[in-house]
Design a protein around this ligand. Structure first.
Ligand code: INI
Length: 154
C-alpha cells in the first residue's frame, strides 16, 4: 500500500512569526490582515503571533533568517509587494528576496513561506491582497500551517 504523507491545516502549538515590508503598505497591510486573520481562525492566539515590520522587501530575508534560526517559531511568513517601475530595480529585489527566503527556510529547517507579491502594477497587487484574486497573505499563512504539520510527520 502506498504511504502518503500530507499535512493538515490544524495549526500546531507554537509561535508564528510574520515579517512584513512597509514599502507599498497599502498592499502589505492587507496581506498582513489576511495572514493574521488566517492564523487566528486556525486557532493561533494573538500572543503567539509576532509581527516584524521592515523597510522594504529587500530587508525581509535577514529578519526572516533571524526569526527562523532563533528556535522560537514554528514557522515564519514573509509578506511584501514588489511592483515594477520604469527600471529593472524590481528584478534585483525579486530574485534576491525569493532566494533569501528559501535560504532561511532550508538553513533553519522550519517553513519560511513566500507571501511576496511580484506585480506589474498596483491593480495586480491589490487584486492579490484581498481583491478578486484572493489574498497572498492568507495563502502564505495556510502554507506555513500545512508545512509545520508535514515536517512533523517526516
Ligand atoms: N521594496 C518593495 O518592497 N517593493 C518595491 O516595489 C520596491 N521598489 O520598487 O523599489 C522596494 N524597494 C525598496 C527595497 O526593498 C529596499 O527597502 C531598499 O532598496 C533599501 O535596501
Amino acid at each position: 500500500m502506498v504511504q502518503t504523507i500530507e499535512g493538515n491545516l490544524l495549526a500546531a502549538d507554537g509561535k508564528y512569526g510574520i515579517v512584513v515590508s512597509r514599502f507599498n503598505d497599502l498592499v502589505t497591510s492587507r496581506l498582513l490582515d489576511g495572514a493574521v486573520d488566517t492564523f487566528k481562525r486556525h486557532g493561533v492566539s494573538e500572543e503567539n503571533i509576532s509581527v516584524v515590520w521592515v523597510p522594504g522587501s529587500f530587508e525581509i530575508p535577514i529578519v526572516a533568517d533571524k526569526l527562523a534560526k532563533s528556535g522560537d517559531y514554528a514557522a515564519v511568513v514573509c509578506l511584501g509587494a514588489v511592483i515594477q517601475g520604469e527600471t529593472t530595480h524590481h528584478d534585483y529585489i525579486n530574485h534576491q528576496v525569493a532566494a533569501g527566503i528559501m535560504q532561511a527556510s532550508i538553513e533553519s529547517g522550519i517553513p519560511v513561506t513566500f507571501g511576496v507579491l511580484t506585480c506589474q502594477d498596483m491593480d495586480q497587487a491589490l487584486n492579490r491582497a484581498g481583491g478578486k484574486v484572493g489574498n497572498k497573505g492568507t495563502e502564505a499563512a495556510l502554507a506555513a500551517i500545512e508545512m509545520v504539520n508535514t515536517l512533523c510527520q517526516l
